[in-house]
Design a protein around this ligand. Structure first.
Ligand SMILES: C[S@@+](CC[C@H](N)C(=O)[O-])C[C@H]1O[C@@H](n2cnc3c(N)ncnc32)[C@H](O)[C@@H]1O
Length: 248
């Protein structure tokens, strides 16, 4: 199943928990610089699209396209790996939380580079062997995530493909966008079905692993084991969890 098809299956309740986080949006929009025309690739329901620029969106899932708000930027049914635009036809191309879903991330990034003078990508550092260990959810409850990363290009490979610099993006403790790492200081949130349905990783690991992870997390929250293991997080306002901006 392609990722576009995956979101046709799992994307129906996306906007319940997924929305623009203003502090991260400020970083993305600053990285867009003075770009007037912006292509948003893997645009989903339109989060992070800057309101003060001319935006065109690309999104392969009909279910996601249907949830774009009235007045959102026009959206084309296409994939990153084959963008239906002329060379250098945008000032900038952006992609937020979507590169890990592409069938061929290198081809998609090359396409962004081809159609735009500037490229801004928000993704995570999967090449870092400590990534899974930095975040307690993947470290202690979702070992299956390691299998999903096999064969994934390293972040330096991705960045090198478009000549990008890499900037860390700390995640605020009260992050408004419910991506996988968003609730790092609010562990009870992962027990909420709607929170999990907003992140594709739960569908990818499958129902058995999901049930096991939840059982284990619920028990650790009740016994105080989670609090004991993660006591260093309680006083943090933002956490470095391997999320990165690539800017080229
Ligand atoms: C986690 S959502 C992110 C959506 C949006 N950028 C956001 O931040 O809310 C990932 C999106 O990537 C889209 N996608 C999957 N494969 C794609 C591809 N090959 N090219 C472009 N988008 C793709 C999915 O359909 C989905 O809408």
């Amino acid at each position: 199943m392609s990722s576009g098809q995956l979101y046709d299956t799992i994307g129906a309740t996306y906007t319940v928990t997924r929305r623009t986080e203003p502090r991260i949006a400020a970083r993305v929009w600053a990285a867009l610089g003075d770009a007037r025309t912006v292509l948003n690739v893997g645009a989903g329901t339109g989060s992070y699209e800057p309101a003060d620029r001319d935006v065109i969106a690309v999104e392969p899932s009909a279910v996601m396209r249907a949830q774009r708000p009235a007045g959102a930027a026009p959206c084309v049914d296409a994939v990153a790996e084959s963008l239906p635009f002329e060379d250098q036809s945008f000032d900038a191309a952006m992609a937020f939380s979507t590169v890990p879903h592409w069938q061929d991330p290198i081809a998609g990034l090359r396409e962004m580079r081809r159609v735009a003078r500037r490229v801004v990508v928000f993704t995570f550092d999967a090449s870092d062997t400590t990534w899974r260990h930095r975040f307690w959810l993947t470290r202690d409850y979702l070992p299956e995530v390691a299998d999903l990363l096999v064969g994934w290009p390293s972040l330096p490979e991705l960045a090198g493909e478009i000549g990008a610099r890499i900037e860390p993006v700390p995640i605020p403790w009260d992050c408004a966008d419910g991506f996988l790492e968003a609730y790092w200081r609010r562990p009870e949130a992962y027990l909420d079905e709607q929170v999990r349905r907003g992140c594709s990783i739960w569908a990818r690991i499958g129902p058995d692993a999901e049930r096991r992870a939840l059982r284990s997390l619920r028990a650790d929250l009740a016994s105080g084991r989670w609090a004991e293991r993660n006591r260093d997080l309680v006083d943090l306002d933002a956490a470095e969890l391997g999320l990165r901006l690539l800017i080229a």
